[in-house]
Unconditional design. Structure first.
Length: 283
């Protein structure tokens, strides 16, 4: 185990990509990055994160802003519910924690939209707490290292046990980077992997990661989907209010007015839009 830890840490020392959030130890900055990175490529998040934390450097600044302003800055990241949850979490942080992101697992888990992965990521990357951070990349690495599939609880326990207490930040970052760049789902680079000597799989036989929890799943079709149309609607609402007859055109749905109205009403129900004076607009 000492050899494995040293090999991965040494590899990570020169392999970590310089994402801007890796330069902060501020819990709020880390929380924002982790929410943005959910189901979104890091390359798309980088500029958005820098802009967002510059505009809303604290939970109080975020909580005081209208959701519509946040959604305009969120544009292009997709999954706008995450923005609404982040806004709600900021308000909760101000109301219950004096404007400071809490530093305990239970308090983080109580925040809107914060699940086990995000809570542990904040602790590991802001406070260097000795907890394992298990995303799909880490889960894949661990399953292959052990040569057997594992459920979510077993993966988390395994990840926690591997963390070197004095280098938790470096370890978690290196393990995630390893899964993202070498131990990939489709074309693992076993020949360049620093953990190859202790890996039980090494590219031979059935891939244990395919049967593990947190395995990668194909994204549903985007072109022509409700998700695409919702995104277009939100972008259009960011430019100004829309009357019902204009919804379909803004959503790229041609004359599918009923579908566009349904999507707009769903945005209102989710708190991502509102309707007043017969028009739809951002909150």
């Amino acid at each position: 185990m000492e050899g494995l830890t040293r090999a991965i840490l040494d590899w990570g020392d020169g392999a970590l990509r310089p994402w801007p959030w890796r330069a902060t130890r501020d819990r709020w900055g880390v929380l924002v990055s982790e929410v943005m990175l959910q189901q979104t490529q890091a390359s798309r998040v980088a500029k958005k994160w820098v802009d967002f934390v510059a505009t809303y450097p604290t939970p109080a600044a975020c909580a005081a802003a209208p959701l519509g302003a946040l959604l305009r800055r969120w544009e292009g990241l997709g999954y706008p519910r995450r923005c609404r949850y982040l806004h709600a979490a900021a308000r909760e942080i101000v109301a219950r924690h004096g404007g400071r992101v809490p530093g305990s697992l239970l308090a983080l888990l109580a925040l809107p939209g914060v699940g086990p992965y995000t809570a542990r990521a904040v602790l590991a990357f802001a406070d260097a707490a000795p907890v394992g951070v298990v995303d799909v990349n880490v889960a894949r690495v661990l399953a292959r290292l052990d040569g057997r599939p594992a459920g979510a609880r077993a993966l988390q326990a395994r990840a926690d046990a591997l963390v070197p207490p004095d280098r938790a930040w470096e370890w978690n970052q290196a393990l995630m980077e390893l899964g993202a760049r070498l131990c990939t789902a489709r074309a693992p680079g076993c020949g360049q992997c620093p953990a190859a000597r202790t890996c039980a799989w090494r590219g031979r036989g059935p891939d244990p990661a395919r049967a593990s929890a947190h395995r990668s799943r194909p994204q549903p079709r985007y072109e022509g989907s409700d998700r695409q149309a919702r995104g277009r609607l939100l972008r259009a609402l960011g430019r100004g209010p829309l009357a019902p007859p204009h919804l379909a055109g803004a959503a790229g749905l041609g004359r599918a007015h009923a579908r566009a109205r349904r999507l707009a009403d769903a945005l209102v129900a989710e708190g991502l839009a509102r309707r007043s004076r017969g028009r739809y607009r951002l909150p």
